[in-house]
Every structure is written in C-alpha cells, then in structure tokens.
Design a protein around this ligand. Structure first.
Ligand SMILES: *Cc1c(COP(=O)(O)O)cnc(C)c1O
Length: 208
C-alpha cells in the first residue's frame, strides 16, 4: 500500500469513527507520525494532502522539518515524545504544538524560551492515566491533555479518563489514540489522534 492509499484508509476510518460516535465530521485532527521515516515520505504525505505531522524526538525532527516547513509554511509540526529541558530552545523554535509537558522543569524551560523567542506553541500536559496522576503547570496556557495508555491495558478507560480530566480542567484538546486504537479514542472524545505505522508502515528502529 502506498502512503497516499494508507492515508486514505485512515481518513476514512476516522470519518467512520466520528460518525459512529455522533461527532461532527472533521472534529478529529489526524497527526501523521513520521518518526524514523525519511523527509521524502513526509513530502509524499504532503502531496496526498496531509499537513499535520508528529515527531517524537527534537533532534530527528530538526533534520527533516526546517526545509519541509520552508517549502510548505502551512505544515503543522507536533512534538509527541519526551522533551528534555536542554532541548526547549530548539523545540520552541521548531514545533507548533508540544504534547509532552510532563513536569515543572519543562514548563519552566518552555515559559522562558517562549518569552525569549516570542513564539508560542500550543501546549498539552501529558497525563499518566496509568497512575491516575496529573501535574499542575503554572504560568502557561494549556491547550489540552495527552496520554499513552499502558501497554497491555484496554485503552478505552484511559481515554475516557483523559476526556474527563480535560473536561474538568476546561481544556479543549485531547491527544489520544495511535494506529491500533485511534477509532476507540475517537469514540471517547479524542480531538487529535497520533497515527504512524498505519500510514507510513513498519518502523525499523535499528536503522533510525
Ligand atoms: C510513535 C508514536 C505514535 C504512533 O504510533 P503508531 O502505533 O505507529 O501509530 C503515537 N504517539 C506517540 C507518543 C508515539 O511515540
């Protein structure tokens, strides 16, 4: 299957899950997770109409996306993996949305960089739903919550909990659901699904 065909299938499945959940068409944003895949694959996906991408490492994204963004200013790049505070400078410069704000130190580093650069990526707090724990972040505008359910757990209760926590916190974005469970996540209120292998294929970490 080509990337374009795979994207078509995932988009159709998202539409189906939206309808099934009684949610408006287009209410879920597909984040195409391009980690480990080359810039050429990103460009192929763009040619197929995909503009929202996710990467889980700042360093890797920095090798692919500056030139992609220069050619396609409408591309929106999401950081979905862990952020180290010493990468906050690069992350704020490169990403449009950061899903992995998970501790005070990162919040502080981001706040400082955002002020310094005058660039304000949307921020999501990553919630460890497996441990039913949420950390408060002060002094930053938070757009939403993100979770990755523990491997082996049925994901639906984790998604439902994230939706409930987001509702209580009054934040609009719920980043949840990957290739194996994004339709379930849409049923539980996901606004952003992070889909990699179902679009780009098997990831060879050895080669990355
Ligand atoms: C890699 C990754 C994804 C995509 O995973 P697939 O199973 O390939 O869809 C989603 N979210 C995060 C945080 C990831 O690191």
């Amino acid at each position: 299957m080509t990337i374009s065909e795979a994207l078509g299938r995932v988009r159709a499945a998202i539409e189906g899950a939206e309808a099934e959940a009684g949610r408006p068409a287009g209410s879920v944003t597909l984040i195409a997770v391009s980690k480990t895949f080359p810039e050429a694959d990103v460009r192929t996906a763009i040619a197929a109409g995909q503009l929202v991408f996710g990467e889980n490492r700042v360093q890797e994204a920095a090798t692919k996306f500056p030139s992609v963004k220069a050619d396609f200013p409408a591309v929106e790049l999401h950081l979905i993996g862990p952020l180290q505070s010493n990468k906050a400078h690069e992350a704020v410069a490169l990403f449009d949305v950061i899903h992995s704000v998970d501790r005070e130190k990162i919040a502080a580093a981001l706040a400082k960089e955002m002020q310094a650069q005058g660039r304000f990526p949307k921020l999501l707090v990553q919630v460890n739903t497996g441990e039913r724990r949420c950390r408060e972040v002060h002094g930053l505008t938070i757009a939403g919550l993100m979770c990755i359910p523990p491997v082996g757990d049925p994901p639906a209760p984790h998604f439902a909990l994230l939706d409930e926590l987001a509702r209580r916190a009054g934040v609009p974005f719920r980043s949840m659901g990957m290739s194996s469970d994004y339709e379930t996540a849409i049923g539980q209120g996901a606004t952003h699904v992070r889909v990699g292998s179902a679009i780009f294929g098997y990831r060879d970490y050895g080669a990355a």
